[in-house]
Write a protein that binds this ligand. Sequence first.
Ligand code: TXE
Length: 498
Amino acid sequence: MKIFENPIEPPSIVKGWIDNKENHGSGIEVPVFYPGNGKQVSVLVEDTADDVEKAIASARKTFDTTSWAKLSVEKRIEILESCRQVILDNIDELALLECLGTGLILREIKGFHIQRAAYNFRFFAQYISQAHGERYDNTDGYLTLVNREPAGVVGLIAPWNAPMALATMKIAAAIAFGNCAILKPSEQTPFSLIKLANLLKDVLPEGVLNLVNGRGPVTGSSLVSNPGVDRISFTGGTVTGRQVMMDAGKQLTPCTMELGGKSANIVFASADYQRALDGALIGIFSNNGQQCLAGSRILVEEKIFDQFVEEFVQRTKKIVVGDPLHNETEIGPIASKQHMERILSFAEGVQKDGDKLLVGGKRLAEQKDGYFIEPTAVMASSNNSRVCQEEIFGPFASFISFKSEEEAISIANDTEFGLVSYVWSDHMPTILNVSESMRSGVVWVNTPMMRELRAPFGGYHNSGVGREGGYSCEQFYTEEKTISIPKTPLNLKKFGDK
Ligand code: TXE
């Protein structure tokens, strides 16, 4: 039996971070595992409602009583650029810690996740250097200014599938628009983000970025339910998102929700076949298959269906699943035992639903203690199958064939989700018609994934509420204020002067 080594010596205990100091939480110890070998590597001390209260009070104090919220744009840009530099200076350690928590492939963590984390700070530095306000003159002699002011204290709840890349989008946006933030990483993957908070202590004033650790229903819900929080930005599952929104709703706290997906990857016979095949594999198997934007329902035009499926299956059989530290690995372990078992349960249920397993579906025995599974593909009997309707969130593709553009559109939109759609065709009228017909927040044409940070990202239906991206974040993390001033003293009506 092969036991894969930990990527880095794990911290023996993970604590919270308040006022640029470690905070020893008052809750229980929660075990943390390395997905590559299934061993417990650390514990995190859970932050209770009292610890969360302390983090909020610290953030509020900084927001209300220091110059943080009113810094000049030049100074704020300097700070955001320094955050970026700190990440790049510590890329190796942050990448190993990210790998320890998530089991993501180290090569990809270094090449994408940490780079994106650094870039998120630069992106918002550039964005605020160009942000503009509104000003209205009117014939009654008034000048009206529209200010965008920081929202205040914001709660940021991050998931486990890409902690650095996703959480820093929230942190950088919150800071760029003058807020103080409280981050709650996933209890499964605390290592890289707590390290980041520690590293940023030389750049960020006390109370600007606090971090609380713990399970969702304890630490997360204490943050969401606290009336001292002015915004909640959440990325996670749809079921949890619904709960978070209900809890936040009691205080009328505005939320953005970046939730699950079951995205259609539509391949027309008019597509560049080879690129579409490569794109379909990337769409479902990158990031160990654990991504909200995965192209998990692969819809292929009947004319090319058999050949496409056959070649997809042959390529899938050759995918290298293994140690995330090895350079040749293409898919690493699933993030947790519980999640691995959930993914496998879909493969076990395939026959019951009348679907057919094409490849994969089992845990990889030779790497028994790690959470490794075979990349999997299923031929669905119809779009009503469980494998086509539920988010599996793993290296698990479902195939369906279609005969016409109308049928493809109808199948693609027949889902509770609406995050992303992929369209593969070289026929412009098809590209335009399908793109405009998709009930999803994003459409990618002839490309597997492309995130333009200036553009909104988010979903229709149960895939989310609100958007992330340049202007979308500016709207979310600020309050608008309208100030009207007469340019010269105006004649006022005189009450009681008769
Ligand atoms: O995530 P949760 P789970 C999907 C994916 C996955 C499913 C469940 O389909 O199989 O969700 O994953 C915190 N109040 N995605 O259960 O629960 C939690 O501690 C406040 C899609 O592991 O959504 C963590 O920090 N916070 C997705 C964060 O929410 C709460 C990414 C996400 O955990 C909370 C991850 C509560 N009541 C999973 N309960 C994406 N959109 O990319 C939990 N949390």
